[in-house]
Design a binder for this molecule. Structure first.
Ligand code: NAD
Length: 478
């Protein structure tokens, strides 16, 4: 019988109520491993284990927390090729992308190892005599982490590392489609001597485990990354319980291309941002807003570039775009293409590919001359599809870029300092890119968006302290 990869609760590897096979989207007949599925009771046990571990972990020294996070970071970096291969097989991004994501997870742990040492507070004289004030940060407590499938090691890492650095204990529930990367991460934490209960892993369905976590009053805060629908559901549950919350959700990110742009840079930014990682990035450039004088040249150059992209098995060296995550996601992507065609839109590429391994492959697709009010431009598609919208001038470009319920990332390609500056000021987005794809960010600075894309404090960098700590103001009379 195949080995079952277990849940990790209170420092022990424990079987779940059930188990499920983790399959390769490039080769659905290939089983990567069998993973335990936890029950709602297991979720409660994991929360209880985190609660029990909290007094000890929150009282460790910054040096102890630094040392654990630093060795976890080193282990991840040292095993990046091997872990990246597992990640590519379970999620479908290309091997270089998957190794890059794994390295990012390692770098995140090493960054927050440093943050564990850099903790500080403020010492302030009172307005009253003989009184001093200290403003300090304390851990929030037990944090529930719920993560999506598209960055199966980086997102758990960028939630878990700051949580631990500031003395919190965590319960991680990764997406059920991609348990392997999270499992490896927790194996590394265990091997590096993470105290029992400080980190807990429960794998399985969001409907069962997510709901059990939301109903558990012993979770002090939730950090969630995933779809808008699930995020809003979690927000409603947290509001009822007054639980601290951070949500990172979808995007419909605009990339503006002005007529003064360097065409090669613009096409490279659009193609990378829209189609790499199979377009399955919350920061994907899904709306290409193009200034009329450069429209034809941009479309022609983009058409040529995407026709030459190699779609295939993520482990093949020449592959540039791997499969879509699941048959359901592929059907959803194709349905959006049908919607576009019914609205009379010309589509370049986008067809599902017949492949010997029966993987969920799809050619990158570009929807031409679309209008921003069309459904394909309002809803996040989350596949290798982008639309092009023609605009008459800079002001219209900004208006169209901002005319969306989302606000994660926004980009502009231009050689004009004035346009770049105005765009940076006017874009209603958490992140702005100039002459770069809307996707692709650093790990030591704030990450997050506005409007429907995000809720609560930012993730990553030192800004993560806002979510993973709570302030205490102490008054001391001499
Ligand atoms: P999803 O919302 O379906 O699932 C995310 C997580 O929520 C999974 O672990 C899932 O099991 C869990 N879940 C499902 N139902 C739940 C419930 N009722 N209660 C609690 N948890 C529940 O999202 P997905 O399909 O895994 O990920 C794709 C989405 O994630 C896209 O919308 C993408 O834009 C978004 N995303 C956002 C960011 C960001 O930082 N803004 C980053 C990556 C992905």
């Amino acid at each position: 019988m195949a080995e079952i990869h277990k849940n990790y609760i209170g420092g022990a590897w424990v079987a779940g109520a059930d188990a499920s096979d983790n399959t390769n989207p490039a080769k659905p007949a290939e089983i990567i491993g069998t993973y335990a599925m936890a029950s709602a009771a297991d979720a409660d046990k994991a929360v209880a284990a985190a609660r029990q571990a909290l007094p000890e972990w929150s009282n460790t020294t910054p040096q102890q927390r630094h040392d654990l996070l630093d060795s976890v970071g080193n282990q991840i970096l040292g095993r990046a090729d091997e872990i990246g291969k597992t990640l590519a097989r379970e999620e479908g991004k290309t091997l270089p992308e998957a190794i890059g994501e794994t390295m990012r997870a390692g770098q995140v742990f090493k960054f927050f190892a440093g943050e564990a040492l850099r903790q500080s507070g403020e010492f302030i004289p009172s307005v009253r005599p003989n009184i001093d004030i200290e403003v300090s940060r304390e851990p929030v407590g037990v944090v529930g982490l719920i993560t999506p499938w598209n960055f199966p090691i980086a997102i758990p890492a960028w939630k878990m590392a700051p949580a631990l650095a500031w003395g919190n204990c965590v319960v991680l529930k990764p997406a059920s489609l991609t348990p392997a990367s999270a499992h490896v991460l927790v194996e590394i934490l265990d091997a590096c001597g993470c105290p029992k209960g400080a980190v807990n892993l429960i794998m399985g369905s969001g409907g069962v485990l997510g709901e059990a976590m939301l109903a558990n009053a012993d979770i002090d805060a939730f950090s969630f990354t995933g779809s808008v629908a699930t995020g809003r559901h979690i927000a409603a549950a947290c509001a009822a319980m007054q639980t601290k919350l951070q949500l990172e959700m979808g995007g419909k990110n605009p990339l503006v291309v002005m007529d003064d742009a360097d065409l090669d840079i613009a096409v490279a930014a659009a193609v990378n941002g829209a189609f790499f990682s199979t377009g399955q990035r919350c920061t994907a450039s899904s709306r290409l807003i193009v200034h009329a004088p450069i429209y034809d040249a941009f479309v022609e150059a983009t058409r040529k570039t995407i026709k030459a992209l190699k779609v295939g098995n993520p482990l093949d060296a020449e592959t540039q775009i791997g499969p879509v995550i699941s048959p359901e996601q592929l059907q959803s992507n194709l349905a959006y293409l049908d919607i576009a065609k019914k609205e009379g839109i010309e589509v370049i590429g986008g067809a599902a590919l017949d492949h010997a391994d029966k993987g969920y492959f799809q050619n990158p697709g570009l929807m031409l001359d679309t209008k921003n009010q069309m459904r394909i431009n309002r809803e996040e598609i989350f596949g290798p599809l982008a639309s092009v919208i023609k605009v008459g001038d800079f002001d219209e470009a900004v208006a169209v870029a901002n005319d969306t319920e989302f606000g994660l990332s926004a980009g502009i390609c231009t050689k004009s300092l004035s346009h770049a500056r105005q765009f940076r000021k006017q874009a209603q987005a958490g992140m702005v890119m100039v002459n770069l794809p809307t996707a692709g960010v650093d790990y030591h600075v704030a990450f997050g968006g506005r409007k429907g894309s995000s809720f609560g404090p930012r993730e990553q960098g030192r800004y993560a302290a806002e979510f993973y700590t709570t302030l205490k103001t102490s008054y001391i009379q001499a």
